[in-house]
Write a protein that binds this ligand. Sequence first.
Ligand code: FAD
Length: 278
Amino acid sequence: MAAPLNQVFFPATFQELFTAWSRFPDAVPFAGGTGLIRGQGKQSLELPRNILSLDKLEDLRRITRTERYLEIGAMVRLNEIIRLGKIVPEVLTRCLEHIAGPQIRNIATIGGNICYPERRLDASVPLVALDAHFELRNGQNSRWISASRFCSIPGPLAINPQELLTRIRIPLEQWNYSVFKKFKGSSGTDSGGVIVFIIRNQKNTLTDIRIVFGAERILRDKNSETLLIGNQLPLSRKEADDFVEHWKSYLAALDTPEAIIRSEILNFIESQVLFIVE
Ligand SMILES: Cc1cc2nc3c(=O)[nH]c(=O)nc-3n(C[C@H](O)[C@H](O)[C@H](O)COP(=O)(O)OP(=O)(O)OC[C@H]3O[C@@H](n4cnc5c(N)ncnc54)[C@H](O)[C@@H]3O)c2cc1C
C-alpha cells in the first residue's frame, strides 16, 4: 500500500527516530515549532510534509552538571535554561532573556535556536564565546563539534542530512566581567545582531578576553584577543586604542556587515575596553 502523503512521527527512542528518518529522508525535526511556523500569518499553517516530533525523546530534555561542564539537551526550552539560575554563565542567560517574549521562550528550545537553518539566531553568539560544543548524532554514531566551527558553516549545511543536535556542552568557567548587547534590526527583522564581551583576570593579569558578534554570520577576531591576553590590568590607553584599531581593520576587511552595524560594533567594543583602562 502506498504511504500517506503527510506524516508526523513521535519517536520515543533514537532508534525509532532514525528508522523513521531513513524511511522518510525528507522528514524535518520539530522541536518547539516556533521557527518552523515563524512569520506565517495565514489561517492554515504550512508545515513540512513529514515531521519528526522530538517531544517524546526524554534524552533531549536532560540537564546535567559536572565540575567542569553544564550539559543541556537540545529540547530544553529557553525559559528552563534561564530558570536554572546562577549555574548558567551570565552572558548566556542575558542573551536568552532577550529572545522574543516569555510565551515564545516557554516553547522555543535551545536546539531549535541553534539549528534554525536560515541564519544564526541569538543563542549561538554566547555559545561561541563560551567555547561550547554540540553533540550531533545520526543513525550510526555521534560526533562533537565546537560551536565556533558549527557556526562558521552556513546554516543549512552545518548539520548533515539526517543528523540531529542532541546535547550542548558548556564549560563552567568563571568570567569576571560579562556584557551582552542586542542591536535593533532594520524594519522587518527582530534583531540587528547581538554582541557579547567577556573577560577573565587573575589578580592584575588579563587571562582571557572574548568578543563575539553574530547576525547573518558570526564574527570573532582572535588576533585582537591575543593582543591583550597576558597584559596587566588596568590596560593603558594605548593598549585599548590598539585593540580597537585591530577590530577596525578586521571589520574593514570583511564584505559585511553594513557600515551602520560596523560602527555600532566598534562603539560597543571601545566603550567596554575603556572600562578596563587605567
Ligand atoms: C515572535 C518571535 C520572535 C522571535 N525573536 C527572536 C529573537 O529575538 N532572537 C532569536 O534568536 N530568535 C527569535 N525567534 C526565533 C526563536 O528563537 C526560534 O524560533 C526558536 O529558538 C526555535 O526553537 P524551536 O524549538 O521552536 O525550533 P523549531 O521551530 O522546532 O525548529 C527550528 C529549526 O531547527 C530544526 N531543529 C530543531 N531542533 C533540532 C535538533 N535537535 N536537531 C536538528 N535540527 C533541529 C528544525 O528542523 C527547524 O529547521 C523568535 C521567534 C518568534 C516566533
